[in-house]
Design a protein around this ligand. Sequence first.
Ligand code: AMP
Length: 278
Amino acid sequence: MQILTTPAAMRHWRLSGSGSLGFVPTMGYLHDGHLALVQRSIAENLRTVVSIFVNPLQFAPGEDFERYPRDEVRDLALLRDAGVDAVYLPSGADMYPEGFQTYAEVGAISERLEGEHRPGHFRGVTTIVLKLLNAVGPDRAYFGRKDAQQLRVIQRMVRDLDLGVEIVPCDIVRERDGLALSSRNVYLSPEERAAATVIHRALEKARSTFELGERRAPKLRTLVQSTIAREPLANVEYVSLADDITLEELETTVERPALLSVVVRFGHTRLLDNLELR
Ligand code: AMP
């Protein structure tokens, strides 16, 4: 497994081989959710590159950039065992050299939901993803549905800027009790970890109510909100039921595919989850 630490080395490696190239961008501290993306890429491509970079540009001041969990030794061992061909591990200085002043920004779709609650977040995400795609040059790039808005924002950027890479959405991997795997789950105390199962329960309750015929968007949002609110350790930051494509909030009824997404805080830990209603 090759370890490449600069954009030039990354590009050189890509050009030194041939055949389809799959790419999985991550911020490391890998779990089975990341590894599901990696396995899919390995199955669908001749070569697979995984990047690990905790991107300072997508964290606002006061967020968890400094304390974001990191374990490079373990990550590299997992990727080697999985059969990854190369790992791209760029440095902060290479990604954002002095004088850096060029950004990729997607419009309206990145201003809602996470964009509203984390101003500047998606500008950081799209800028780093564009840089990574430029250096790696993959045929396919794999993204989790866990970060549903991120996936849609990146699909938009790829179409709008003619990036010519196929974006492959991958299903959410969950713990047995329904909690979506996330690197941030390590922040949770045992009590918070137990309480966090309420998120998936609330989403599933909305899904079954929807399947029984409920189409009123405010009702479905309230159902999720009130289910989570019954858990004392949970603080709902937002519940959104939005058009699956534009991410515009549905004011009346669900008539087209919709994205139900929530952000819930447990102490200082911010957890994100969603499901698609169709
Ligand atoms: P991150 O390291 O959190 O930036 O995530 C890297 C990629 O893994 C993103 O495309 C995420 O959507 C994806 N991912 C993270 N957690 C999960 C999960 N539980 N299931 C599926 N994909 C995931």
